[in-house]
Design a protein around this ligand. Structure first.
Ligand code: FAD
Length: 408
């Protein structure tokens, strides 16, 4: 039964993957949504490269809102990923998501960048009659009472406006104004090293790499991922010392030298872009206060090693959408939003944070004995179908969703 009353509006701040998935999931059930997004048509597609690996459970969710079939042609279906040892130039383990055939309709990841996801989802949201999409509009603050919320925005003409709704969802990303206004602590830490991302038009598969590779090294670990073009690009991540001159790190010659140290081809790489970013491991102490709710990066941020940030944010969006729909239909009381917090905060801490921290330690481990033990374990897990399935259920976040379902 769709929600019909137009007064039952949800205000979503941010048209990132989380805000757009949430809005589409709500709108599909007839819930009116207003989306506030600071970027406009003129600069929406100019966002820096970020997430791009979409895990099986996330693909199922995209499918539910009709987004998957728009993304598949723009991405790369990748069932296999690799762990390598850089110094030995050796493949340690190849994991095949086909082991999850009985667990998901999508036993692979889709390598499809965040920018393509938000581009397609934005088109769908703009066309949806239940979604009021406000681009070039900045959210500045809000108030709430027992019966609703009022959001303050600055519209494209620079005028201050207010809009009211039943609930306000902060899908604004890591710098969430809602989280700060509510005084919610963002607990955790920031890694001291920076991550350098270089985008290269070069086919690394000719050296035996898969579409997705995690490469361990005690001094310079890396990640190597393939993205669909044209032209096809590969993203290579390296850790860098924050005391180094950042401008010097990103000079073309320095990037070429770093890439040649990684893989000596004797020819310059075709570098498409590069950027440096800081990595945080943080989870908000609360995911909701009254009618204001946090989702995605507003609620938790983590290292991209393992591709869990955007995926777990999209999982927040669908969990929350289902609960808001039940509340707005009058079938459940507002207290089910506490279950959203219990479920998704548990996943953020026990799965996303735990696994991404472990992934980083695994790649950067300096102790040779520990490195050997880790690599032996990975090899054993990849070669044994039952162990591989258990490993992949965790790595693809399916286990996190199953565990969340068991939380009352
Ligand atoms: C380099 C890098 C690589 C990554 N790789 C991966 C990966 O492979 N897999 C993975 O799962 N995750 C990855 N992540 C993490 C991933 O990008 C984020 O988890 C994801 O984008 C979060 O989605 P979101 O919708 O919560 O927030 P965002 O994507 O940050 O979107 C927030 C939106 O809110 C808008 N906004 C912000 N403030 C306001 C305001 N005041 N008013 C109006 N609008 C506002 C912004 O313009 C933006 O459109 C990576 C991150 C980085 C930095």
């Amino acid at each position: 039964m769709p929600v019909t009353s137009t007064s039952q509006r949800v205000i979503v701040i941010g048209a990132g993957p989380v805000g757009l998935c949430l809005s589409l999931a709500l709108a599909e059930e007839g819930v009116p949504v207003t989306v506030i997004e600071a970027l406009g048509d003129d600069n929406f597609l100019e966002q820096v490269p970020r997430a791009g690996t979409n895990h099986p459970a996330t693909l199922e969710m995209y499918d539910r809102i009709g987004l998957y079939h728009k993304l598949e042609p723009r991405g790369i279906i990748a069932p296999v990923f690799h762990y390598w040892d850089r110094a030995a130039n050796a493949l340690i383990a190849a994991f095949d998501l086909s082991h999850l055939k009985g667990d998901t309709r999508f036993p692979y990841v889709l390598q499809c960048e965040r920018i393509k996801i938000v581009e397609e989802a934005l088109k769908m949201a703009k066309a949806h009659p239940a979604i009021d999409m406000r681009l070039s509009t900045s959210f500045t603050g809000f108030e709430q009472s027992g019966s609703g919320v009022v959001a303050h925005i600055v519209n494209p003409s620079g005028e201050v406006e207010t809009i009211s709704g039943d609930y306000l969802v902060s899908a604004e990303g890591a710098r969430s104004i809602v989280r700060k206004d509510l005084g919610i602590e963002f607990e955790g830490f920031t890694y001291s090293d920076l991550t350098l991302n270089i985008e290269v038009a070069y086919d690394f598969r000719r050296h035996g790499y898969a579409e997705r590779n995690y490469i361990s090294d005690p001094t310079e670990w890396s990640n190597l991922f393939h993205w669909k073009g044209p032209p096809d690009r590969w993203r290579v991540h390296f850790p860098v010392d924050p005391s180094e001159d950042q401008e010097a790190i990103c000079r073309p010659q320095a990037l070429q030298a770093r890439l040649q140290r990684f893989l000596a081809t004797g020819r310059d790489f075709d570098i498409v872009a590069s950027n440096l970013y800081t990595v945080h491991q943080r989870v908000a102490k609360k995911f909701r206060v009254g009618r204001a709710i946090l989702a995605g990066d507003a609620a938790h941020v983590n290292s991209p090693i393992g591709a869990m940030g955007m995926n777990s944010g999209v999982h927040d969006a669908f969990n929350l959408a289902d609960k808001l729909i039940q509340i707005l239909r009058g079938r459940q009381g507002e207290e089910i939003l506490d279950r959203y917090e219990r479920q998704r905060r548990h996943v953020a801490i026990a799965h996303t944070q735990a696994q991404t921290s472990r992934n980083k330690r695994l790649l950067a481990e300096k102790d040779p004995a520990v490195r050997k033990r880790n690599q032996d374990e990975l090899r054993r897990a990849a070669e044994d179908p039952a162990l591989a399935r258990a490993f992949l259920l965790r790595a693809s976040l399916i286990e996190s969703l199953r565990e969340a379902e068991r939380i009352a």
